[in-house]
Design a binder for this molecule. Structure first.
Ligand code: ATP
Ligand code: MG
Length: 420
């Protein structure tokens, strides 16, 4: 076995070549969410294991088998966060924030799940999550759809389908659970191993099974939609009416139950067929009971999470044109004397042209070699500072992406040239 230094399986580096795209996407999302009045929050990467177990639910894939947990020397179990809602709810309760009024927040960062790595599924991955606390109306559920729809448009993404469903009230869900258990119990011989286990622990999750052999059985299962309480049915109708008035297309998928335990009423997923099995880009729903369950005052809540790796994969898959290009200047400097001056000029350029990328050569190589580096950096302009320019207190500018002539200017004129 070689002991080559390498990263952990399923945990990826962000390489320089990908950083413009990632930065563009992350800034876009943040700007959009801020424009809807959301505040960016941060919670620790590590919480008590118990916080996740209580929030996510024992009988879920995450808690059953996907968490990175360890024991501290005092015996307390801690875990790396597998998702963001638990920490966010913990923060809301600890700082009593919902008491101050409706809270609209978002966060972005790494999440950790011990799953089998494959395309679109990693052990460390990144989510942007968004949560609203203290609002019950379907208008807020619809606003989340409006924002994500808006985001796909801004990024130029195609072929995304919005799937929605309602899980009803906790009571309706509990009653439906019994109906489902008796249905599946009558067909126990057709259940696979996973579903047999879920029949005891989390029967709704059987509906989520991807096993082709079980699809007929699942499709004929009783539907929660037919056992809804009146308030939830009305809430769902309002949600759909808002989507219609926004011209956001959706399909009702009665099998959509989501992996986590805490949802009630609205659940949704934005999915695509362009990424194979890992087709869910964004998912979420309403979790009106969770804050109270975790020890806070009763607070209605709804949220979603976007999987950034999958979003980026989709942008690449669809060859989406993303305008990450920034105008750039490569400063070619010749001679020892010019070096000091080049630093002064760089400082002035950075001040005057905050949207430009400015490379001040540090290779100290020949004129020709610096130009090669400018090409490699895909710079738009070379700004030349040679002996003659230095003596005349000037700089020369050579466009690198057009046949335009090289021109010599004072620095002020040069800045004006770039601004234009
Ligand atoms: P899946 O059914 O694909 O396992 P999930 O229901 O476990 O997804 P959520 O907990 O709802 O996923 O997380 C929200 C989003 O985060 C997903 O829709 C997906 O885009 C992304 N995501 C979840 N797990 C991973 C992972 N292991 N690697 C990359 N992205 C992930
Ligand atoms: Mg999962």
């Amino acid at each position: 076995m070689s002991n080559k230094i390498q990263a952990i399986r399923g945990m990826n580096d962000l390489l320089p070549k990908d950083s413009d795209l990632w930065g563009f996407v992350e800034r876009n999302i943040a700007d959009l969410f801020i424009s809807y009045g959301y505040k960016n929050i941060r919670t620790p990467l590590v919480e008590k294991t118990d916080t996740f177990c209580r929030a996510i639910g024992q009988a879920t894939d995450i808690v059953e088998k996907e968490m990175y947990s360890w024991k501290e020397s005092n015996g307390e179990s801690l875990s790396l966060r597998p998702e963001g809602t638990a920490g966010c709810v913990r923060m809301m309760i600890e700082h009593n924030l919902p008491r101050e009024g409706i809270q609209k927040v978002f966060y972005q960062g790494a999440m950790f799940r011990h799953e089998r790595p494959q395309k679109g599924r990693y052990r460390q991955f990144h989510q942007v999550g968004l949560e609203v606390f203290g609002a019950e109306d379907a208008k807020v559920d619809a606003e989340l759809m409006m924002m994500t729809h808006n985001l796909w448009q801004q990024l130029g993404l195609k072929n995304l389908t919005l799937e929605i469903n309602t899980l009803g009230s906790n009571e309706a869900r509990a009653a439906y659970r019994d109906i489902l258990v008796s249905y599946f119990s009558e067909h126990k011989n057709q259940l696979d191993e996973d579903s047999l286990r879920r029949l005891e622990t989390n029967p709704l999750r059987i509906l989520d099974s991807k096993n082709p052999d079980m699809q007929v059985l699942i499709n004929s299962a009783p539907k929660l939609m037919n056992h809804l309480d009146d308030d939830s049915a009305k809430h769902f109708d309002q949600f759909k009416a808002y989507l219609q008035c926004l011209d956001i297309e959706f399909v009702v998928n009665t099998r959509l139950v989501r992996g986590l335990d805490y949802y009630n009423r609205t659940v949704f997923e934005w999915t695509t067929t362009d990424l194979g099995a890992q087709g869910t880009i964004c998912a979420g729903g309403r979790y009106d009971g969770l804050v109270e369950k975790m020890g806070g005052n009763p607070t209605k809540a709804v949220g979603l999470a976007i999987g950034l790796e999958r979003l980026i994969l989709l942008l690449e898959e669809q060859n989406t044109e993303i305008a990450t290009h920034k105008q750039s200047i490569y400063m070619v400097t010749l001679g020892d004397e010019a070096q000091l001056k080049s630093m002064q000029i760089a400082a002035e350029l950075h001040n005057a042209l905050p949207n430009f990328v400015i490379y001040n050569d540090i290779s100290m190589a020949s004129f020709k070699s610096q130009f090669k580096k400018a090409d490699k950096a895909k710079a738009d302009f070379a700004l030349i500072l040679g002996e003659e320019e230095l003596n005349n207190n000037q700089v020369s500018i050579k466009p690198l992406k057009s046949q335009d002539q090289q021109q010599t200017f004072s620095l002020d004129e040069a800045i004006k040239f770039f601004k234009d």
